[in-house]
Design a protein around this ligand. Structure first.
Ligand code: CIR
Length: 258
């Protein structure tokens, strides 16, 4: 089942995290706040039944806490990606040895660029979102690598103002997508039931379902209510400083069922 997870890899925040990439005006996040929020995130993963390994911080890579972007993992293998931001490409060397410890099969993207945040796995296969971080060359090669792991993939466009495909959506049920109104209007998920996040809570679309629980930013009460009304178990999470770096709930871990 697509939401069953029992393992996760995360990376401890480096002090340099406060200089991570951000499109948002206003003061940068505080290191101590990010550290606290990250610790809460690890606790939540553990309480959802996952065994978590925390990798050491990488000071040279401010955004390296967002381990979802340099790799993709599945029960039966992993793919090392090539993040599309210049300051993030070096994160690949930092994640590869850890993947080697868990997966017999580790494939590598050799050309173009692709960020894990642009990849949405569904029971029908993988959506690969083209974005400012994932280009056609990376997406095409990745589709071939996924095929080697027995996963079908479809290359789609990410809305132009969106960082990553999953900044705007999360799979919350086998055929149920939590998404922004923009993504809903794009027609991408016409075969899915959609729960649309309110315009004032767009960033809530990057929530994370783990086993029977959905992690959602606590600053998004309307979305939390919508999910509760639909019968989901939700866990509100404090991630407001992490949010200042354009990140949400999926970005900080790689998750799989061993
Ligand atoms: C970046 O711009 O790369 C980071 N500040 C945020 C990455 C968020 N990752 C994700 O959505 N998968």
């Amino acid at each position: 089942m697509i939401f069953e997870f029992d393992r996760a890899l995360v990376r401890a925040p480096a002090r340099s995290v406060i200089h991570g990439l951000s499109s948002q005006p206003g003061p940068p996040p505080l290191f101590e706040a990010i550290e606290r929020e990250h610790a809460g995130y690890v606790r939540a993963l553990e309480e959802c039944g996952l065994t978590v390994e925390t990798l050491p911080p990488l000071e040279d890579y401010p955004d390296s806490i967002f381990v979802e972007d340099p790799a993709l993992v599945f029960g039966h293998g992993a793919i090392v990606l090539r993040p599309g931001a210049q300051t993030r490409l070096g994160e690949v060397a930092g994640i590869e040895p850890a993947l080697g410890r868990y997966f017999d099969r580790v494939l590598r993207l050799e050309a173009g660029f692709a960020d894990g945040g642009d990849m949405l796995l569904t029971p029908q296969g993988m959506f690969i979102g083209l974005s400012r971080r994932t280009n056609q060359a990376g997406a095409t090669e990745l589709r071939g690598l996924l095929q080697q792991l027995g996963i079908n993939a479809r290359i789609v466009n990410t809305p132009s103002e969106t960082l990553h495909l999953k900044s705007d959506c999360a799979l919350i049920g086998e055929d149920h997508i939590l998404c922004t109104a923009t993504l809903a209007a794009s027609g991408l998920f016409d075969n899915y039931r959609k729960l649309i996040v309110p315009e004032s809570e767009k960033r809530a679309a990057n929530s994370l379902r783990l086993n029977d629980t959905i992690l959602v930013g606590e600053e998004f009460p309307l979305t939390l209510d919508l999910l509760r009304c639909d019968g989901y178990t939700v866990r509100p999470m404090l991630v407001s400083d992490i949010g200042k770096l354009d990140a949400g709930l999926s970005c900080m871990s790689l998750r799989w069922k061993a």
